[in-house]
Design a protein around this ligand. Sequence first.
Ligand code: PRP
Ligand code: URA
Length: 209
Amino acid sequence: MSKVFEMNHPLIQHKLSLIRDKNTGSKEFRELVKEISMLMAFEVTRDLPLQEVEIETPICNMVTKMLSGRKVGIIPILRAGLGMVDGFLNLLPAAKVGHIGLYRDPETLEPVEYYCKLPTDVNERDLIVVDPMLATGGSANAAIQFIKNKGAASIKLVCLIGCPEGIAAVQKTHPDVDIYIAAIDEKLNDHAYIVPGLGDAGDRLFGTK
Ligand code: PRP
Ligand code: URA
């Protein structure tokens, strides 16, 4: 069974309250999603492997630690996942970014794929799938399956807001994928929106309706 890391750092919780507020406009929403993502990235990368390297300080030689050669990939689920990419790239500037285009069919609520472009070496990378919302889990499950089909073996899922239904769905389908989440809300409503949630993350990020 995968692990679920709920990130309740005060800065994250404060910024999350701001993006939940319906009076927060797109510009501020985008900035806050980026900031929250960067704060989450700090924790998500806690187990990145280090290697010892020898360097020369102005005083003497020393053996110190730097990130080892293992490479990272950030995989946003379009559209709303795009809002989280820059926060991650701020901390991981050398990461490659792969895109998976999925939307939830409003009738069936099933994810529909419309785009997929990944780094060629996904099998050699630690992949971080990002999407602000984990509702039914259908989109996250489909995205994770796509990248597994391309050979990916090391995958984490990072979402801002989820609910018990979505977490259970991902844990059942992908027990090897740990989930990092800033808040676990109460439930889904009849339209599979998270309650209390923040509404439609893509629309709020990009000002569409
Ligand atoms: C939202 C969100 C997730 C998905 C979550 O995307 O960004 O991808 O819904 O719902 P699920 O867990 O039930 O699959 P949406 O389909 O609204 O597309 P968008 O990002 O293009 O707005
Ligand atoms: N997608 C969203 O953007 N918000 C929800 O609450 C559920 C799915």
